[in-house]
Ligand binder design. Sequence first.
Ligand SMILES: *Cc1c(COP(=O)(O)O)cnc(C)c1O
Length: 381
Amino acid sequence: MILLKPTIENKIWLSSPHMGGAELEYVKDAFDTNWIAPLGPNVNGFETSIENYLDNEVHVAALSSGTAAIHLGLVLLGVTRGDEVLCQSFTFSASANPICYLGAEPIFVDSDKDTWNISPVLLKKAIEDRISKGKKPKAIIAVHLYGMPYKVKEIHEIAAKYNIPILEDSAEALGSSYDGIKCGTFGDIAVLSFNGNKIITTSGGGALVTRNKNYKEKAVFLATQARDNAPHYQHSNIGYNYRMSNVLAGIGRGQMEVIDDRVAARRSNFEYYKQKLGHISGIEFLEEMRGMYSNRWLTCILMPSVQIRENIRLKLQSVDIESRPLWKPMHLQPVFEYCDSYVDGTSEDLFERGLCLPSGSNLGLDDLTRVVEVILKIMTK
Ligand SMILES: *Cc1c(COP(=O)(O)O)cnc(C)c1O
């Protein structure tokens, strides 16, 4: 019998894992020393390598996912049942879901056109309106979407004025910076993700980052079942099982050795696409504002209409190239239909016209050429 050979070898993925080489050594170390546990030298080593990379003044707690980090971050900021939390609408659902885990209510805020991230104008409007309705938001979740920093100065000034803490969702932005300062160090609490499609991966994992040492200690305490200091198992708090495993942290240590190469490769993907497609009328790219440096986790383009966007996406798909519409805003998601929002159509328009192009750091020039040729063929017909 002749089996049809899957075409998967030729498939170009949106963003696939890219090992550096040293990962297996660290994992082997974990096996050799029998540290197959959610603690051990790799967890500590991984945390230290992230701290050294971001800013030596921050404390990092390695966790089982970015979503877990957001959940614990909201717990640490005191979010409880009935509270309101302002959240960027244009994001992945994991930014908002943990608000609901806590019985709190998400209120969504639209993006601006400059960064595709939370709009300072609408954020201020939302805060003032909620306060006038008698309920001050408990926290703000701002996201550096696709690696592009949000307007850090403006957003943090507003948050400071009303004394509302910021949870900085930096899940897509490891390696990005604002005025030379790394993303993931601005929020009262920040989170990173090491999911398989992110700029570096531990297969699954995340981290909570903070300048407040107490927050880190409390995060680790809560992430390891909130066990009191006693010989028996005693608990005065509700705990979670959210610590990163020492095996996976080994992958993370290897990945941190190549983070700069990964950022450079993603940025060079963006430059290539822009060079080949930037002059085509109807195709738009998101540029960095002054002082912003994006890791270009995914290169996204805006097309003139949803129809053209779909033409291109389906054509790419037919030749085994994965591309994807931009994130569907949370205020348009069925699950969040009941939530209030402060929107002006920006993220809805981005969702309709936007397409994420293959952006892995392991793509070759031949791969990028294949993608560009398909798009050029449609756009210059
Ligand atoms: C990936 C992602 C998360 C969640 O991280 P996981 O590690 O997958 O749980 C949260 N927010 C954003 C913006 C993300 O892209």
